[in-house]
Write a protein that binds this ligand. Sequence first.
Ligand SMILES: [Ca+2]
Ligand SMILES: [Ca+2]
Ligand SMILES: [Ca+2]
Length: 277
Amino acid sequence: MKATTNVTLARIFSIALLAGALSINGALATTTIFNLVDGNSTADINVGSTAGMFNWTVDGQDQLVQQWFAYRVGSTGDEIPINYLPLISAVQTGGNQLSSLYGTTAFTIRLDYVLNGQGSGMASINESITINNLGQSPLDMHFFQYSDFDILGSGGNDVGALGKSGGLFNYATQGDGSLLSPFFTETVLTPGANHGEIAFSPSILLRLGNGVPDTLSDFAGPLGPGDITWAFQWDLTIAPGSSELISKVKYLTVPEPSSFALVSLGLFALLARRRRA
Ligand SMILES: [Ca+2]
Ligand SMILES: [Ca+2]
Ligand SMILES: [Ca+2]
């Protein structure tokens, strides 16, 4: 879907939400879902709901439950999903790119997605997050990314781990049954996250919305098998008039059902031969 919302629409949306006249499932909310398509991959992003990015398919199979963002300014209060900020604009260009901008007179948060379907079970999404301090004093911004992938359509047998470099979290990986051949990896290009956590669903999600400030536990796993989720937390102090860029890329590598079956058959044959030997 190609769509553009503008400041006026965002204001109407905010007023409607304030008045309680429009539920998130209302008619207007449908205009906030964007479908990115590129080659063998699709991604669906609801910029107006905490669902956030709620589908990512490769070769027709969905691997994602939810991937979204929350923030907290300062050290008090709860983390807030970014869709609770006024949506200033959301523009899809070229079928595989989406740019959405949220903000107030104090700061803006811009999300840029680029989907790349690479064929043969592979796809990637480049994400850039730009936080701009429009105020007159330093902005104490705590920014969270929450991810819940269910690999091969079922979360129960997933295994995952986070990785660090230079003391900062910059890597996440998730596999089906084991981490020997991960189906999913995410790399933070810049900067690494100050905190991270991997936990069984819904532990992290409950804390991002429990009314009090939270800091991720820094437990990096490996964790599983089970319905794992994970999150990164960036603690940023942004000078007045300045911006901070978080740049990430995530990859899915999913064996095609036929080749996966062939690999399984090959392993089975190898095991059978070893047993006979
Ligand atoms: Ca699985
Ligand atoms: Ca909290
Ligand atoms: Ca999961």
